[in-house]
Ligand binder design. Structure first.
Ligand code: AKG
Ligand code: FE2
Length: 166
């Protein structure tokens, strides 16, 4: 399925911020790929959205954080749900983190790859939620929506496509 072919690693450096209450180091979003494996330093600031509340993910020496991302939600037809997360800005210390994104991406030969819910997971009780979509269309929508916008993953569903084709 190519889940590991688009491995992309980003090192983040967030400078200390004089007025952290006015901004975020990274705004609310879910990741685009299948899984993200993240290591953060001792400064902290990562939060996940759980039952409509922001929960701290405290830094733990040597621990990796694994985030489920939108494309895994799509191919598992909601068996695994992606997690919204954000990073708070910090006044005193700069923060570093390294994220490894297991994802699909635009590349010669992969732009027209089609992703959709895994057929074996579908049944009468678990009908298909998401439509099949090419990497190109999936990522175009993901990046057009931008961070901090509601309903990115919903847009790929059948329900949404009936009411909104943009
Ligand atoms: O820096 C972090 O802890 C998270 C970064 C992040 O969410 C991302 O790069 O998608
Ligand atoms: Fe992220």
């Amino acid at each position: 399925m190519g889940c590991t072919e688009g491995l992309f690693v980003i090192g983040h450096y967030y400078p200390a911020c004089p007025e952290p209450e006015l901004t975020y180091a990274t705004s609310n979003h879910s990741d685009s790929g299948f899984l993200t494996v993240l290591i953060q330093d001792h400064v902290g600031g990562l939060q996940i959205l759980h039952e409509n509340k922001w929960i701290d993910v405290p830094p733990t020496n040597g621990a990796l954080v694994v985030n489920i991302a939108d494309l895994l939600q799509l191919i598992t037809n909601d068996k695994f749900k992606s997690v919204n997360h954000r990073v708070l800005a910090k006044k005193i210390d700069p923060r570093t983190s390294v994220a490894s994104f297991f994802r699909t991406h635009f590349r010669e030969g992969t732009a027209s790859t089609v992703y959709g819910p895994i057929k074996e997971l579908l049944s009468e009780e678990n009908p298909q939620i998401y439509q099949e979509i090419t990497t190109r269309d999936y990522l175009t929508h993901y990046y057009n929506k931008g961070l901090d916008e509601e309903g990115r993953i919903k847009w790929y569903s059948h329900e949404q496509s009936k009411s909104c084709n943009s």
